[in-house]
Design a protein around this ligand. Structure first.
Ligand SMILES: CC(C)(COP(=O)(O)OP(=O)(O)OC[C@H]1O[C@@H](n2cnc3c(N)ncnc32)[C@H](O)[C@@H]1OP(=O)(O)O)[C@@H](O)C(=O)NCCC(=O)NCCS
Length: 351
């Protein structure tokens, strides 16, 4: 059996503040009924607090992961953070997370592939482990979307939330773990989903701020069409390549952007909806965190040997998926209720 990267633990973090549809209806011209019907979202969590960025949530998720697996930070060989909302342009968020949880002297870096970032990071981590030298790799998806969402744009602000999720990957030679992955991108899709200002092409100025160019710009209906096609391509290609019939799939773990996109994906695959993980109703679209947060939420239902199909679509455009054989019984894994003790985190003192 080849060496595969197996997910051996998962943990998540969502900040305590909740933004409900009813509250959004007081901020923009929308209703709970519209948001629920068009997206499936009822509420989302928002990170509040001065000086707190994506690294704060990522560090909480990673600290919880280390605590629940009784892993010493010194045992981790590599940490990859997928994020679209890094704390800073540099240093990268992975470096900050390592510092906050006490992981020292290892490689750590960010991956930016918008909502597909977790799939890209998982695929990258898999290569390090399959190469034979890396034994414990952490992949964390963390996004503070509330930092780049325009809360006067009703078509966009209802969709997103903040959160983080992390997985521990370890080598497995018994047939469990990441069996296959696929990644795709098409940069011509940038016009439909992007943030114009704040990067090197258009550094922030008074004008870019006044024109609200440092917020997510999305043409929702166009993105919707591409998302349905991308999710279908990722899942059907992985199923065909691995000779999987619908009845052989135990769980689909889709990126949570819109309930209707997920339902269409399941329909096209011929899969009953009860085999699909849904967390969008309570977290919204947390970008890179949706897939690990879903795994965390459903962890107790996952059984060793379950076949999972992960799929995501996002800005770029980017899309992709992973076929994973689950490596442990989630019901017997110690699921930490709540979050890791904050005292375990180091606060950056230089800001
Ligand atoms: C954003 C999204 C929910 C909008 O749903 P939709 O059914 O496509 O709606 P449309 O954009 O066609 O707009 C329909 C109408 O609803 C209105 N509308 C948009 N947002 C609204 C809101 N929050 N409340 C009430 N009405 C709203 C529009 O203004 C439009 O009104 P009009 O017909 O008078 O012009 C949907 O397009 C979507 O989910 N797109 C994909 C987003 C995505 O996946 N993004 C992340 C990729 S990872």
């Amino acid at each position: 059996m080849p060496i595969r990267a197996a997910i051996t633990a998962v943990h998540g973090y969502v900040p305590p503040d909740v933004l409900t549809n009813a509250e959004l209806a007081r901020m923009v011209d929308t209703t709970d009924a519209w948001i629920t019907e068009r997206t499936g979202i009822k509420e989302r969590h928002i990170l509040k607090g001065e000086g707190l960025g994506s690294s704060h949530m990522g560090a909480q998720a990673v600290a919880g992961l280390l605590a629940k697996t009784e892993t010493d930070p010194g045992e981790i060989d590599l940490l990859i953070c997928a994020t679209t909302t890094p704390d800073f342009v540099h240093p990268c968020t992975a470096n900050l997370i390592c510092d906050m949880v006490g992981i020292r002297n290892i490689g750590s870096f960010d991956i930016q592939a918008a909502c597909s970032g977790f799939i890209y990071a998982l695929t990258t981590a898999h290569q390090f482990i399959a190469g034979g030298t890396y034994k414990k790799v952490v992949v964390v998806g963390a996004d503070k979307m509330s930092a780049i969402v325009d809360y006067t744009d009703r078509a966009t602000c209802v969709l997103f939330g903040d959160g983080a999720g992390a997985v521990l990957l370890e080598p497995n030679s018994d047939g469990y773990g990441i069996i296959d992955t696929m990644l795709r991108s098409d940069g011509s899709g940038a016009k439909y989903l992007h943030q114009k200002a704040g990067g090197s092409r258009m550094p922030p100025t008074d004008e870019t701020v006044a024109k609200r160019m440092h917020y997510v710009h999305q043409e929702g209906a166009s993105v919707y069409k591409f998302a349905v096609a991308g999710m279908a391509e990722a899942t059907t290609e992985l199923m065909a390549r691995n000779n999987l019939r619908p009845d052989m799939i135990d769980w689909v773990v889709p990126h949570q952007a819109n309930r209707r996109i997920i339902e269409t994906t399941a329909e096209r695959l011929g899969l009953p909806i009860d085999k699909v993980m849904f967390t969008i109703q309570k977290y919204g679209n947390t970008t890179t965190a949706t897939i690990p947060l879903s795994l965390w939420d459903y962890e107790t239902k996952l059984k060793k040997g379950d076949r999972l199909l992960l799929a995501a679509f996002g800005g770029g455009f980017t899309w992709g998926g992973a076929f994973v054989t689950w490596a442990y019984d989630g019901a017997t894994a110690s699921k930490l209720n709540g979050n890791a003790p904050a005292s375990k985190l180091v606060k950056s003192s230089w800001l």
